[in-house]
Design a binder for this molecule. Structure first.
Ligand code: PMV
Length: 327
């Protein structure tokens, strides 16, 4: 028997970096998904087929054996390995596994690829072992995998990937699912430059240590932009969302997390008539996001492409993690 589980990636509309201190961050699930296919084995090996990414290998205990690709690729699989093992421990059912990973979500771009893969891994493993896991159990077990990669992540990525839709997250307060229906006309532009969230968060912290009052002021302003952004989203006020994205991008640039390539894509989107655009996620590379009139989605997309970005017209996904048995 084999099982397939899929889970969506995410984009941060407002509040990245400020959420490290307080927030809120406003996050949507996007209609780009990671897919895991899981099959039981009759030994104890956990094998990963990531041939889309150019590698394949298996774990015998904690030891990684590459089949295709380099040995260091094993490090990239730790989050999924932990997610699968924690799921088996939780269910007190153990098996070897063949896991096939396919994903439409660009990696290391701030679009929640690792969380989506962890969520889908837990869901597929749970279903395969007849676990009847609740959504909250899937979300919590995926967080265990996420911790391996990100230290102590906020929990936003695994939540949005499990439940879909729109959520707000405020540090010290927690996650609130936002009652919002329908789409938003959004274009994401991938700068194609990989970056490390951890390093960028550390860079902002250093700047804040050197200039506490100034940087706290900027962080508070970002929080204010997020709160206003959520109201504008609920009111479907695209020009206002655009204004707030532009302000947010300026604030993020002020704390040093934009780069020339992101600025070029942001200006290309605005120049093509978007209401507004900003970097999304940690910055330093990764992606930007623009809100436009629905009629201008293609034009904005083309402008991003002409500026050597990789455009994705995205929408909000209300489908969180989904699981089905294949045979
Ligand atoms: O990893 P990303 O690109 O989705 O960025 C995460 C958002 C930050 O606020 C920069 C970090 C965090 O943990 O909230």
């Amino acid at each position: 028997m084999s099982v397939e589980a899929t889970a969506p990636g995410k984009a941060i509309l407002f509040g990245e970096h400020s959420v490290v201190y307080r927030g809120p961050a406003i996050v949507i699930a996007i209609d780009r998904r990671a897919k895991i296919t899981a099959k039981e084995r009759d030994d104890e090996i956990i094998r990963f087929d990531c041939l889309d990414l150019g590698f394949e290998g298996y774990f015998e205990g904690d030891e990684y054996h590459p089949v295709a690709g380099e040995e260091w690729r094993g490090n990239r699989l730790q989050a999924m390995l932990v997610a699968a093992r924690k799921t088996m421990e939780h269910l007190d059912k153990h098996s070897g596994l063949d896991l096939t990973v396919r994903s439409e979500i660009p990696i290391a771009a701030g679009l929640g690829s690792s969380a989506a893969i962890c969520v889908a891994t837990v869901a597929a493993t749970g279903e395969l072992l007849d676990g009847n896991l609740s959504l909250q159990e899937i979300c919590d077990l995926a967080y265990e995998g996420e911790k391996v990669v990100h230290g102590t992540p906020s929990g936003v990525d695994n939540n949005i990937s499990t439940y879909g839709g729109v959520l707000s997250y405020e540090t010290g307060v927690g996650i609130e699912r936002i009652d919002f229906q329908g789409g938003l006309p959004l274009v994401i532009g991938n700068s194609r430059r990989k970056r490390s969230t951890r390093r960028l968060v550390a860079r902002v912290r250093l700047l804040r240590d050197r200039n506490p009052e100034l940087v706290d002021g900027l962080i508070d302003s970002m929080g204010e932009v997020s709160r206003k952004g959520l109201e504008a989203i609920k009111a479907r006020d695209y020009p206002m969302i655009g204004d707030l994205m532009n302000i947010n991008h300026g604030l993020l640039s002020s704390v040093g997390v934009s780069i020339a390539r992101l600025d070029i894509l942001v200006h290309a989107a605005r120049g093509a008539g978007a209401y507004g655009a900003k970097l999304t996620g940690a910055g330093g590379g990764g992606c930007m996001i623009a809100i436009t009139d629905p009629d201008k989605l293609k034009e904005v997309s083309r402008a991003i492409s002409h500026s050597r970005g990789e455009p994705h017209i995205v929408n909000i996904s209300y489908e969180g993690v989904e699981t089905r048995r294949l045979d």
